[in-house]
Ligand binder design. Structure first.
Ligand code: 13P
Length: 346
């Protein structure tokens, strides 16, 4: 393993003013997104949609450091025959790949899930490297609430998921691929922000313990976490200022300074919330954060372009404008210079 080379890629993934486009929706998830705009989820439609995003030159060159792809997409060609991976590389962005096989019900742990996909991973990573991937993603899902009559998450579920993440990360580094480790504490419940803080801190504590025992040098990794935020169904929603303060406080406790960068998932926040919260952290706390703080948004970058496109070739320019705007706004949030006025000026 060449740790300097891994660290160089990880650092480029969190370059100033840039972040990651998560375009790695599985076949099931992209179908759900297409259902919302009444478009059939065919291989050609999926290609057309993603080609539209990757050909948004200004967004890709100025604001998108890397793109997370799905197995189908990393093998797909644009309509004119150019590999989609080449479009990304030519824009100066880094191709990445989702390698987990999804979260499955965990035996003996009602209501909890464990992410699968370690079997054959070494061979798949070698192939993905040849196809151009220089980083990968594995997502563990942690739910807050009740599983049967027990409070979840349980220690057993957290331990199993963080162990799998560490095993995945070691295999990635062996293959010269930077692992994005993504332990997502879901915002689906009715818990308040302090419960999210407690669960996120515990999750990250266990993650870095497992990474240590798996001999994963953190300089060659990126963390993709949730923000510390109240559950969607909580009656007690937190302000942007409180989300920023508590998220930074939690990470300062739990994320070692050797980690080059932290990129958030949007997790069901609205586009503007995801941008505003990231901006508040970078504007208010940059001096006390040892890592770069950026975005790796799926829905918060794609909801607007998906709607503007709506599956029609004549809407490609409108879809690209919508994508450019969100990419720019999040690029500014990475710098801590976003404002509501700029948001509206589009
Ligand atoms: P969202 O930003 O839509 O949560 O997606 C990011 C992601 O890649 C989740 O794994």
């Amino acid at each position: 393993m060449n740790l300097d080379a891994l660290n160089k890629i990880a650092t480029a993934m969190v370059a100033p003013g840039k972040g990651i486009l998560a375009a790695d929706e599985s076949s099931g998830t992209i179908k759900k997104r297409f259902d919302q705009i009444k478009v059939d989820s065919t291989a050609d439609n999926r290609r057309d949609y993603r080609e539209m995003l990757f050909r948004t030159k200004e967004a890709m060159e100025k604001c998108i450091s890397g793109v997370i792809l799905y197995d189908e997409t990393i093998r797909q060609n644009a309509k004119d025959g150019t590999p989609l991976v080449r479009l990304i590389v030519e824009a100066g962005s880094i191709p990445g790949i989702k390698v987990d096989a999804g979260a499955k019900a965990m035996a003996a742990f009602p209501g909890e899930q464990v992410t699968e996909g370690l079997d054959g991973l070494r061979e798949r990573l070698a192939e993905y490297y040849k196809l151009g991937a220089r980083f990968a993603k594995w997502r563990a899902v942690i739910d807050i609430g009740l599983g049967g009559d027990r409070a979840i998450p349980t220690y057993g579920c957290l331990r199993a998921n963080m162990h799998a993440l560490a095993r995945y990360a070691a295999l990635c580094q062996e293959a010269s691929i930077v692992p994005i480790v993504e332990p997502e504490v879901l915002m689906d419940g009715d818990h308040d922000i302090d419960r999210c803080f407690e669960v996120t801190e515990l999750t990250l504590g266990l993650l870095y313990e497992e990474l240590y025992f798996a001999r994963v040098p953190l300089e060659g990794t990126i963390l993709k976490p949730n923000m510390v935020i109240a559950g969607k169904k909580s009656a007690k929603q937190a302000s942007t200022a409180e989300i920023a303060e508590k998220t930074v406080k939690c990470f300062r406790r739990a994320v070692p300074a050797a980690v080059p960068g932290i990129v958030f998932l949007s997790g069901g926040q609205s586009d503007e919330e995801a941008t505003e919260n990231l901006n508040a952290m970078n504007a208010g706390y940059r001096k006390i954060m040892p890592w770069a703080l950026s975005f790796s948004y799926g829905r918060a970058l794609q909801a607007a372009p998906l709607k503007a496109w709506s599956g029609k070739a004549e809407n490609v320019a409108a879809g690209q404008r919508a994508f450019l705007h969100r990419a720019k706004m999040n690029g500014l949030a990475q710098l801590g210079t976003w404002s509501a006025a700029l948001e509206k000026a589009a």
